[in-house]
Ligand binder design. Sequence first.
Ligand SMILES: Nc1nc2c(c(=O)[nH]1)N[C@H]1C(S)=C(S)[C@@H](COP(=O)(O)OP(=O)(O)OC[C@H]3O[C@@H](n4cnc5c(=O)[nH]c(N)nc54)[C@H](O)[C@@H]3O)O[C@H]1N2
Ligand SMILES: Nc1nc2c(c(=O)[nH]1)N[C@H]1C(S)=C(S)[C@@H](COP(=O)(O)OP(=O)(O)OC[C@H]3O[C@@H](n4cnc5c(=O)[nH]c(N)nc54)[C@H](O)[C@@H]3O)O[C@H]1N2
Ligand SMILES: [Mo]
Length: 670
Amino acid sequence: MEVTLEAGRPAVSVPYGDAGGLCRKGWTAARLLQHPERLRAPLVRDRRGAPLREASFEEAMDMVAAALAATRSEHGPDAVGIFGGGGLTNEKAYYLGKLARVAIGTRCIDYNGRYCMSSAATALNRSFGMDRGLPFPLADLAHSEVIMLVGSNIAETMPLAQRHLIAQREAGGSLVVVDPRRTPTAEAATVHLQSRPGTDLVLANGLLHILIEEQLVSSAYVEARTTGADLVEEAVAPWWPERVEAVTGVAVPELRAAARLLGHAKSAAILTGRGAEQHAQGTATVSGLINLALALGLPGRAYSGFGTLTGQGNGQGGREHGQKADQLPGYRSLTDPAARSHVASVWGVDPDSLPGPGPSATEMLSLLGQPSGVRSLLVMGSNPAVSAPRSTEVRRSLAALDFLVVADPFVSETAALADVVLPCAQWAEETGTMTNAEGRVLLRRRRVAPPEGVATDLEIIAGIAARLGHGRRFSSDPEEVFEELRLASAGGLADYGGISYERITAEGGVFWPCPTVEHPGTPRLFREGFATADGRARFVPVGYEGASEPCDEPYPVVLTTGRALLHYQSGTQTRRVPELAGEVPEAYVEMHPLLAARVGLSEGGTACVSTRRGRVNLAVRLTESIRSDTVFVPFHWGGAASANILTNPVLDPSSKMPAFKACAAAVSAP
Ligand SMILES: Nc1nc2c(c(=O)[nH]1)N[C@H]1C(S)=C(S)[C@@H](COP(=O)(O)OP(=O)(O)OC[C@H]3O[C@@H](n4cnc5c(=O)[nH]c(N)nc54)[C@H](O)[C@@H]3O)O[C@H]1N2
Ligand SMILES: Nc1nc2c(c(=O)[nH]1)N[C@H]1C(S)=C(S)[C@@H](COP(=O)(O)OP(=O)(O)OC[C@H]3O[C@@H](n4cnc5c(=O)[nH]c(N)nc54)[C@H](O)[C@@H]3O)O[C@H]1N2
Ligand SMILES: [Mo]
């Protein structure tokens, strides 16, 4: 994507001819740079309840540092928290971790990737010993004989990547899509398994059951490259097809057809999206699908493998360099003594001074303002007042903090609750690296100057650190920060040691791990071995524990939530772009006409969707493309239309991922 100034206005173009492209959010993104609602000065509140007023950067930053220092001295360092985002550059994610552990000394840092990547990450680490979303370049998909997408609506959420699926189909390949809705992605599939939300674990075990029964398992691969297959064989034995049909709603012939497609393919890729992962058993579900991939002998083979389709702009890099509660840069563990001493030496501090792991995002938010919880919070790159589960309570507890500071280009729903809002530069106005869904580190260069009165996130982080007495350890120059990140990550799993701005530019991106400047980078992983101690991938037996919230009266339907093509996330950005908001101006609920008729609702009317957490009134959209026992609500709106008033905050026990994708609900006339 190129940004140029035309008569003082930023314009977007794509310099790569047919090989390039943008979705409509990309084409219209420059609208946000000179947007009338954009913040051009910090906003501060003189006391709780007072209105926000404009202030100078100096005054606002002094207030922030004084408040964080006061909380730390009165309540200890763990009373200060940081909440980051997977859209932030690697440099920022790395620096937020360093700010927490060095300048503040708090355990309490986590980020919105907990809502996004954590279940897949946990399962990938468990089976492969490392977590890179895609172990191969996206373009490889065009050559896979079979692709199975589980809970990913790639046509609307990664429209540009769709081209590889189209090429795959044109080359005679087959596409299996598992989704309770017949999405535009499912519409293009060879086989669409329209399963009940929250049952993919059963589906995975059921498909493996059929593969074993029909002798389609790749025994030589299992023997040579994996451990633990026996236990998994036992775990899937009770999942015969009729029983799987009863739980998932997918008919036996369709199950067999999908299993045979996979079992007979010379190359195949199994990929998950948030539909498979955002559940109370999200990690187990991903493990079930990895087991399936291992039984088929896919990981490490040409045009084959298991992967997860990472969401945010820097969803991959954002989860590698330390803004996660338990993590140090280079995907190192905060509890590993060798990792602590390596990173401490790069930072010039005593390893014993580094705090231990802290609470996950949802756990941190649920204790805000409580005696044992965080009392002063910095939010950078997220809008949890809209995107976190149980948003009504999250808004209440954000308001109960002693001090909230939010860095955002706009007054998001979270920023509106802050004591200080720091206006920050946007994507085209600052330089930094992002690691894409393939594990390829890319450089995004500054093309236009930020408006007067706006700072970059790195300037904000370095400014806070300096005011807390750590000025010499923090720079606001992205390349300097990246050079330090290289050293901090060197020797870790996500090793950026050999990557430089210069190389990224010359080579069109570099895939990690890349330990030395001579190393070519690693587009394809696991060809020879896995990142486990013995080099073998692990089968992990997983069992279904039933729906996390069963659908009984008075909540008889399943509510699932997700995305629409024209909006992005909590909507701070896309609800401000007239071309996008004009077309999809309000929140809605998708339901089948049969369900609507049963409860007396019709197209264009208003429905009340209620769950054990709350109720929301939404415009009705009737469609035969959704299961009649399921309703779908996008989460792009705040206030009274927020889907997260409804969602179940129950967490996956190992990843701490909330169950955004299935809870029990009722629909009625308001
Ligand atoms: N347009 C747009 N694109 C985006 C984003 C955006 O906000 N808007 N956000 C980005 C981010 S951060 C992310 S994480 C990605 C997410 O990308 P996706 O994972 O593709 O997006 P979702 O809409 O959350 O969920 C995908 C599908 O899961 C289905 N689903 C719901 N429950 C289940 C279930 O139990 N099982 C199965 N198999 N499917 C289920 C839904 O019907 C939905 O079609 O998109 C990225 N791209
Ligand atoms: N019900 C339901 N809830 C969900 C999901 C779901 O499927 N269903 N999906 C979850 C997922 S996968 C995700 S990733 C989260 C996403 O939800 P959020 O974490 O809220 O993500 P965004 O809406 O992208 O918020 C980013 C904020 O940062 C601001 N921003 C943009 N660029 C910058 C920058 O460079 N610097 C700074 N400081 N700020 C910037 C934007 O204006 C915006 O206010 O939502 C989760 N919540
Ligand atoms: Mo995400």
